[in-house]
Design a protein around this ligand. Structure first.
Ligand code: ATP
Ligand code: MG
Length: 254
C-alpha cells in the first residue's frame, strides 16, 4: 500500500470548488513532481494534505500509512511524519530556529512515547544537522523566517528535513524571487535526504528546480485535477511546449 494515498479529493474554499477529484499516491523512496499553471490548485492540494483549516474537503479521502487522516488536525499529521514547506513561509517572531526545532522534535518524541530531548542531545543533533546542510551556527538563534532571504528560507526548509526526518515531505516551491543558489540549496537537500525512508512531493510551476532534482514521477494539474502523468521526460516536454497543449488535450477529451 502506498504511504500517502489521496483518493477522489474534492476541496472547496469559500464555497468555490478548487480540487475536483484528485488522485495521487506517494511512497517513501519516491520523488514526485507536481506541476501545472498558476491557479491550477497545486498549493491547495499541499494545504489539504496538511489539513489547512480554511479548506473544506467535500469528498474523497487522504490516507497516511493506512490510517485515514482526512479530518486530522495539522499537528497530528506533522507528528505522524508528514512535513510541509510552504510556498510563502510565515515568520514566527520571537521564536528562534533552535526553539522551533526543539518544539517540533519534542512533539514527535511525545507521539513515540519518548521523553523530551535533553539540551545536550539537542545541541549535538542540531550542530550535526547544520553541518550536514552547511548552515552557519548563528542561524539557530535567528527568529524563524523573520527577515530571511529566499536562500535562508530554503536553508530552514532543508534543516527541518535533516532534523525532523519526515516520512513524506511536501515542498511547495515558489517560482519567483529565488535565485539559482537558493534553488540549489533545496535541490541539494532533496538529493541528500531522498532515499528509502523519505518520499518527496515537490511542487513547482517552472522546470528550473527539476533540472537539479530528477523526479521519478511527474504529475500535471489543470483546473483542480491531475490530467497528465509520466516520468522525468515530461519535464522537458512541458519546457519545450508549455501547458497550452495539455489544456487542449483536456478540452478535446471532454
Ligand atoms: N483560501 C482560499 N480562498 C479562496 N480561494 C482560494 C483559497 N485558496 C486557493 N484559492 C483559489 O484556488 C485556486 C487555486 O489556487 P492555488 O494556490 O492552489 O494554485 P497554484 O496551482 O498553487 O498556483 P501557483 O502556481 O500560482 O502557486 C485559485 O483560483 C485561488 O484563488
Ligand atoms: Mg501555489
Amino acid at each position: 500500500m502506498p504511504d500517502l494515498q489521496i483518493r477522489n479529493l474534492h476541496v472547496s474554499a469559500e464555497d468555490k470548488e478548487i480540487l475536483k477529484g484528485l488522485d495521487l499516491e506517494v511512497s517513501k523512496g519516491e520523488i514526485h513532481a507536481l506541476m501545472g499553471p498558476n491557479g491550477s490548485g497545486k498549493s491547495t492540494l499541499a494545504n489539504a494534505i496538511m489539513g489547512h483549516p480554511a479548506l473544506e474537503i467535500t469528498d474523497g479521502e487522504i490516507i497516511f500509512e493506512g490510517s485515514e487522516i482526512t479530518d486530522a488536525d495539522p499537528e497530528e499529521r506533522a507528528r505522524a511524519g508528514l512535513f510541509m514547506a510552504f510556498q510563502y513561509p510565515v515568520a514566527i517572531p520571537g521564536v528562534t530556529v533552535a526553539k522551533y526545532l526543539r518544539m517540533a522534535l519534542n512533539a514527535q518524541r511525545e507521539v513515540r512515547g519518548e521523553k523530551q530531548i535533553s539540551l545536550k542531545d539537542f545541541r549535538r543533533e542540531t550542530e550535526a544537522a547544520m553541518e550536514l546542510v552547511k548552515i552557519p551556527r548563528e542561524f539557530s538563534s535567528r527568529y524563524v523566517n523573520d527577515g530571511f532571504s529566499g536562500g535562508e528560507k530554503k536553508r530552514m526548509e532543508v534543516l527541518q528535513l535533516a532534523m525532523l526526518r519526515p516520512k513524506i515531505a511536501v515542498l511547495d516551491e515558489t517560482d519567483s524571487g529565488l535565485d539559482i543558489d537558493a534553488l540549489r540549496v533545496v535541490a541539494e537537500g532533496v538529493n541528500q535526504f531522498a532515499g528509502p525512508d523519505l518520499g518527496i512531493l515537490i511542487i513547482t510551476h517552472y522546470q528550473r528546480i527539476l533540472h537539479l532534482v530528477e523526479p521519478d514521477f511527474v504529475h500535471v494539474m489543470h483546473d483542480g485535477r491531475i490530467v497528465k502523468e509520466g516520468g522525468p521526460e515530461l519535464v522537458g516536454e512541458l519546457e519545450a511546449k508549455g501547458y497550452g497543449w495539455i489544456k487542449e488535450e483536456v478540452e478535446a477529451a471532454a
